[in-house]
Write a protein that binds this ligand. Structure first.
Ligand code: ZN
Length: 221
């Protein structure tokens, strides 16, 4: 199904789907669960816009390529161009929305790639690898250091994190990203996943929440 950014009230957001800049190991407890060292500077990778699908109404899982892991993350929608060294205020002003999303990962494949020292793209950028729920407006959140992200699967809470536990908080993280990549309206930042990642299977019922702001139900097909 083709993806278009939208707000929770159904309003279409007229930015193209750009790139998705992701940060790995941004919560210490999650780095530990995969036996990864906590990085000294943000670990960045990019998913192309072509891999993004909407969360609501069900989404298909890639099949026959090993375990697919879910990673629930706070997604930040960029609404203004940002590059080089924006101030904190410029970054805050460029944020058009927040949504819960899933960074889907072919974990077996990623482990093989990691062991060889290869890039992760085939494990992270396949069609359907980024699943985004609708956004709340950027100004609907007052404190970016207190945003909850929760994923419930078949009635069990699997991930329940808060941005206060991020090793790289949202605004300085985006400033750091701009030192490497220019950001354009329609780009999305996936801000890392809290502890509790695991295998996602077909036919599971999911609830994804930006705690206190938005809540969406869906299922895997
Ligand atoms: Zn992730």
């Amino acid at each position: 199904m083709s993806y278009q950014h939208q707000y929770v009230d159904g309003t279409r957001i007229h930015f193209p789907m750009g790139k998705v800049v992701c940060i790995g190991r941004n919560y210490a407890e999650h780095a530990k669960e995969l036996n990864n060292p906590v990085p000294t500077e943000p670990l960045l990778f990019i998913k192309p816009g072509s891999c993004v699908v909407p969360f609501v109404d069900g989404f298909a899982l890639v099949e026959g390529r090993g375990d697919v892991h879910y990673e629930a993350e706070i997604a930040v929608l960029i609404g203004k161009p940002l590059s080089r060294t924006p101030s904190t205020e410029e970054v805050r002003d460029a944020i058009s929305g927040f949504a819960p999303g899933l960074d889907l990962t072919l974990r077996d494949l990623q482990s093989t790639l990691k062991a060889k020292g290869y890039p992760w793209e085939t494990a992270k950028s396949f069609d359907g690898a980024c699943v985004l729920a609708p956004f709340i407006p950027g100004d609907a959140v007052e404190d970016l250091r207190d945003m909850g992200i929760r994923l419930t699967i078949n009635g069990d809470v699997r991930q329940d994190g808060n941005s206060r536990d991020m090793l790289n908080p949202i605004l300085p993280m985006i400033q750091h990203i701009c030192g490497h990549f220019s950001l354009q309206p329609g780009d999305v930042i996936l801000t890392g996943t809290p502890v509790g990642v695991g295998v996602l299977n077909k036919g599971e019922e999911l609830v994804l929440e930006l705690v206190g702001h938005s809540r969406f139900a869906s299922r895997t097909l």
